[in-house]
Design a protein around this ligand. Structure first.
Ligand code: PMP
Length: 443
C-alpha cells in the first residue's frame, strides 16, 4: 500500500499539473463551483488517501461517494470478472440484478419491497417525483428551501438552494411548493425544540394549497439537513410533516443520496434518526462507491401506479456490472464493519472538533454525526455572521497541508466532512491536527 500521509507545502501547481489543467479546460465543461481554488490533479487513490500526478499525498475528507475507500481490490476484481462475463443488458440478465434488488429491499423498512435501478441521485429523485405524481394523481410537491436534490430538470426544480442554483427563484415551476428548511442553527427558529415552529410553516403552506385546490403529490427532503453541513432535523419534525402530507394523499420521499448507507454511523438510513418510515427512498453516491448507480426503493402499489401511467426504462441502470458493484459494496460494508467505523471514528473526530470550538471563536458550531460532520465558521457567535472568506482561506491552507476540503453551505462557510467510511482514527487525528494548526497560525 502507498506510504503514510505527509504534509507538504505548495503554492503553485507544478508544471505537469498546470499542463493537464490547461488541456482539461479546453474541452471539459464541468463547472468547478464552490472550489476555493483549482483542485489538485489526482491520479490515484488508496482508502481515504489520494495522490496527485506529482505523487503528493492528500487526505480525502470530502468524497462522500467513495464509501468503501479508493482502490478497493475486492471491487476491482468483482467488476473485472462481471465485465468480462457480461457488462450490460439488464433486461436479459437476471442473476446480479435480482440479487442486488433483493439485498436492497432487505435493507429497507418492511413494505418497501420494490426497486428501480438508475445511474445517479438526480435520476433517482426525478423518478421519485414521477412516482409521486402517478400515485397521487396530483402535481404539487413540497420541498425545502436551501435543499439540493440534483441537476436533472425535476430534481433541479426542487433544489432551491441559492448557492447551488442561483436562478432557482426565477425558474422554479408552479408545482414546486417550497417551505423553510428546519435549520436549527441559523434558521428563523433555533434550537432542538423548534420542530413545532417549522411544522407550523409547513401547515401554513398546506392550508394555502388546500384553498387553491389542486391536491398534493408529496414531500421531498433530505432526512438530515445536508446542504447546511449535516444538521439533524429537529426531533419530531418528520413525523408531524409526514402525517400532514399523507392526510392529503401525498407520498413522503426521503432523499438518502448523501446521508444514507451507513454514513451517519449511528443509523444506516437518515430517516431512522427521526423514527419515521418514508414511502419512497432515493439512494445513489456511496451505493456504487463512485460507479454510476442509483436506486428508488418503494412500495409495490406506488411502483405499479407508474407502470399504469407511463413507463420506466433505463438502458444502463442496474446493468450486471452496476449490480455487481452494488453487491460488492454491501459485502465490503458488512465485512469491514464500515458503519461501525463511521460511528466510532466519527464520534472521536466530532469530539476533537468540538474541542477546537472551545479554543477558537470562529468555530460557531460542529454539526452532524458519524462521518457526516460540519464545522460552521462565523464572525460572531451572536449574530452568526458567516465567515465566508475565512472559510475559503482555511481550505486553501488545509490543501497546502495535504487535506482536501471544500467550503459548502449556502454561505460557503461550512467545512462539510464526508470522507470514505474506512477513515482511520489516525487520519481523523491528522485532519483535526491540521485544522488546529491552521486556526492557531492563521490563514
Ligand atoms: N441528492 C442529494 C442530497 C445530493 O447530495 C446529491 C448530489 N450531491 C444528489 C441528490 C444528486 O446526486 P447525483 O450527483 O448522483 O446526481
Amino acid at each position: 500500500s502507498p506510504g503514510p500521509i505527509l504534509g507538504f507545502d505548495c503554492d503553485a501547481p507544478p508544471p505537469q499539473a498546470a499542463a493537464l489543467l490547461d488541456r482539461r479546460q479546453r474541452h471539459f465543461a464541468r463547472p468547478q463551483k464552490n472550489y476555493y481554488r483549482e483542485p489538485p490533479q489526482i491520479e490515484r487513490g488508496w482508502k481515504e488517501h489520494l495522490f496527485d500526478v506529482e505523487g503528493r499525498a492528500y487526505l480525502d475528507m470530502v468524497n462522500n461517494v467513495t464509501i468503501v475507500g479508493h482502490g478497493h481490490p475486492r471491487l476491482s476484481a468483482a467488476v473485472g470478472r462481471q465485465w468480462s462475463l457480461l457488462n450490460t443488458n439488464s433486461r436479459f440478465h437476471y442473476a446480479a440484478v435480482a440479487e442486488f434488488s433483493e439485498r436492497l429491499t432487505a435493507l429497507a423498512p418492511e413494505g418497501l419491497d420494490t426497486v428501480f435501478l438508475v445511474n445517479s441521485g438526480s435520476e433517482a429523485n426525478d423518478l421519485a417525483i414521477r412516482l409521486a405524481w402517478a400515485y397521487s394523481g396530483a402535481r404539487n410537491l413540497l420541498s425545502l428551501l436551501e435543499a439540493y436534490h440534483g441537476w436533472t430538470v425535476a430534481s433541479d426544480a426542487v433544489s432551491t438552494s441559492i448557492a447551488d442554483n442561483p436562478q432557482a427563484l426565477t425558474t422554479r415551476p408552479e408545482w414546486v411548493q417550497p417551505v423553510v428548511s428546519p435549520n436549527t442553527y441559523r434558521g428563523p427558529y433555533r434550537g432542538e425544540s423548534s420542530a413545532g415552529d417549522y411544522v407550523g410553516a409547513v401547515a401554513a403552506k398546506l392550508e394555502e394549497l388546500d384553498e387553491k385546490g389542486g391536491g398534493l403529490a408529496g414531500f421531498i427532503c433530505e432526512t438530515v439537513y445536508g446542504n447546511a453541513g449535516g444538521i439533524p432535523l429537529p426531533p419530531g419534525y418528520l413525523e408531524a410533516v409526514y402525517q400532514m402530507v399523507r392526510a392529503r394523499g401525498g407520498v413522503c420521499i426521503a432523499d438518502e443520496v448523501q446521508v444514507g448507507y451507513g454514513r451517519l454511523g449511528h443509523y444506516f438510513w437518515g430517516f431512522e434518526e427521526q423514527g419515521v418510515v418514508p414511502d419512497i427512498i432515493t439512494v445513489a453516491k456511496g451505493m456504487g462507491n463512485g460507479h454510476p448507480l442509483g436506486a428508488v426503493i418503494t412500495r409495490r402499489e406506488i411502483a405499479e401506479a407508474l407502470e399504469k401511467e407511463g413507463y420506466f426504462f433505463s438502458s444502463a441502470g442496474g446493468s450486471p456490472v452496476s449490480s455487481v458493484v452494488g453487491l460488492t459494496v454491501l459485502d465490503i460494508l458488512h465485512d469491514e464493519a464500515l458503519q461501525e467505523n463511521a460511528r466510532t471514528v466519527g464520534d472521536h473526530l466530532k469530539e476533537r472538533l468540538q474541542a477546537l470550538g472551545q479554543r477558537f471563536p470562529i468555530v460557531g458550531a460542529v454539526h452532524g454525526m458519524g462521518l457526516y460532520l460540519g464545522v460552521e465558521f462565523v464572525r460572531d457567535r451572536g449574530t452568526l455572521e458567516p465567515a465566508t472568506e475565512e472559510t475559503a482561506a482555511i481550505c486553501d491552507r488545509l490543501l497546502d497541508l495535504g487535506v482536501i476540503m471544500q467550503p459548502t453551505g449556502d454561505h460557503l462557510n461550512v467545512l462539510k466532512i464526508k470522507p470514505p467510511l474506512c477513515l482511520s482514527r489516525e487520519s481523523a487525528d491528522f485532519f483535526a491536527d491540521m485544522l488546529a494548526k491552521v486556526l492557531e497560525e492563521g490563514w
